[in-house]
Design a protein around this ligand. Structure first.
Ligand code: HEM
Length: 332
C-alpha cells in the first residue's frame, strides 16, 4: 500500500544515513591507524626477541626467566575477573613492582627484572608484560622445548592490584595442607585442571632451588652449595668449562641436565637420586594422586605428549588476566 513520505521522515532518514557514514569513516580511520601502528609494534617485538636471545645465550638464565613469567601470570584469580582490569592480576607486568618483587615468594626474581631492564630501555614500545612473557617462551625454546603459540600486545598495569596480597596465590613447595589439594586450589583460581597442573609442573625440568631464594632446600649459591649436578664443572654445559663459567653454581635441581627442556622431570624425577635432586611434596604427589598420575605416566613415556600439553598450558598461563591491544593480540 502506498504511504505518503512526510518531511520529518526524510530528516530522520537523512540523519541516520549521515550518522552511518560518519561511523563507517571513524571505523576506517581507526583501522588505517591500527594498520600503520602494527608493523612498528611488530618490529619492536622482533627486536626485543633478538635481544632476549642474546641475553640468554650469554647468561644461561633460562630458568630464572621462566620463573619470573610464571610468578607474574600466577597471581591471576578468576574470582576478581568481574572487577575492572587489572584487579584479577595475571600477566600484567606487576611482578616488577616492589610490593611483589621484594616479597618472599619472589625471592631472586629481582635479578630477572634487572636482566630485562636494558632490553625494555632499548625497546620502549614493548610492554613489561610482553617482555616478561616473551623472555620465558624464548627461554623454553632455546633450551630445546616446544614452540609456544604466543600472542603479544599486552598492556602494563600501573601498579600491583590491591587484590594481589602476598603470597599472591602462588604455590608453596611444602604446603601445610595436602599437596594435591593445595595444587588444585592454586591452579583452580586459573580455571585449570589436573592436566595443566602436571604439564606445567614439568617446567621444573629447568632450574634449581636455592637456600637464599625460596629457602626450600639447604643448598645455597656457590660451589659450596652445589650438588653433583650444579657445580660449575658439571652437566648442564656438558663439562664445557667456558660455558659453565657463565652461570652461577650451586643450588639443587630437579633434573641432572637442568638447562635442557625435556621430559626428564617425569622420566627420572627426584626419585632417581634423592640426595642430589629435588622432589618436593608438590612434585611427589603428581606420581601418586589418582587424578595426576595418568598424566605423569603419559609424559614420562612420551616427550611429544608432554611438549604438546605443555605448550598449550603455557600459552594459556601467559595470557591470564592480560589485556591486549589490539584486542586479538599480535602473533609473530
Ligand atoms: C606446581 C607448583 C609449583 C611449586 C610448588 C613451585 C615451587 C618452586 C620452588 C620452591 C622453586 C625454587 C625457587 C628458588 O629457590 O630459587 C621453583 C623454581 C622454579 N620454578 Fe616452580 N613451582 C611450581 C610451579 C611452577 C610452574 C607452573 C612453573 C613454570 C611454568 C615453574 C617454573 C620454575 C622454574 C623454571 C624454576 C627454577 C628457577 C631458577 O632456577 O632460577 N614452577 N619453583
Amino acid at each position: 500500500m502506498w504511504m505518503p513520505v512526510f518531511p520529518r521522515d526524510i530528516d530522520f532518514a537523512l540523519a541516520t544515513a549521515v550518522a552511518g557514514v560518519a561511523l563507517l569513516l571513524v571505523v576506517m580511520l581507526n583501522l588505517a591507524a591500527a594498520k600503520s601502528v602494527q608493523p612498528k609494534k611488530i618490529a619492536w617485538l622482533l627486536k626485543a626477541r633478538e635481544l632476549i636471545v642474546e641475553l640468554i645465550r650469554e647468561k644461561h638464565c633460562h630458568p630464572l626467566l621462566v620463573r619470573l613469567a610464571w610468578h607474574d601470570a600466577g597471581t591471576y584469580d578468576q574470582q576478581h575477573a568481574h572487577l575492572p582490569w587489572p584487579a584479577a592480576g595475571g600477566a600484567i607486568g606487576s611482578v616488577r613492582f616492589s610490593k611483589e618483587l621484594n616479597a618472599a615468594p619472589n625471592g631472586g626474581l629481582s635479578k630477572g627484572v634487572g636482566l630485562l631492564e636494558p632490553i625494555k630501555l632499548a625497546c620502549p614500545d614493548v610492554s613489561w608484560a610482553d617482555l616478561i612473557q616473551m623472555a620465558s617462551a624464548t627461554a623454553i625454546e632455546l633450551a630445546g622445548g616446544p614452540r609456544i603459540p604466543m600472542r603479544y600486545g599486552r598492556l602494563d598495569a600501573d601498579s600491583s592490584p590491591e587484590q594481589s596480597v602476598e603470597p599472591f596465590g602462588l604455590p608453596e613447595a611444602n604446603p601445610s595442607e595436602d599437596p594435591a589439594a593445595h595444587l588444585r586450589w592454586v591452579f583452580g583460581k586459573y580455571g585449570m585442571g589436573d592436566k595443566e597442573i602436571v604439564a606445567l609442573s614439568g617446567a621444573h625440568t629447568l632450574g634449581r632451588a636455592f637456600k637464599e631464594r625460596s629457602g626450600a632446600v639447604p643448598n645455597g649459591a656457590g660451589e659450596e652449595g652445589a650438588t653433583k649436578y650444579t657445580g660449575s664443572a658439571c652437566c648442564p654445559m656438558g663439562g664445557d668449562a667456558k660455558a659453565a663459567a657463565k652461570f652461577m653454581p650451586g643450588g639443587k635441581s630437579w633434573t641432572p641436565n637442568w638447562l635442557r627442556f625435556d621430559n626428564s622431570y617425569f622420566s627420572l624425577g627426584g626419585k632417581a637420586d634423592p640426595d642430589s635432586l629435588i622432589a618436593f611434596p608438590t612434585d611427589r604427589v603428581l606420581e601418586t594422586d589418582p587424578g595426576f598420575k595418568p598424566f605423569f605416566d603419559k609424559y614420562a613415556a612420551s616427550e611429544a605428549a608432554f611438549f604438546a600439553d605443555y605448550a598449550a598450558a603455557h600459552a594459556r598461563l601467559s595470557e591470564q588476566g592480560s589485556k591486549f591491544s589490539p584486542p586479538e593480540g599480535i602473533r609473530l
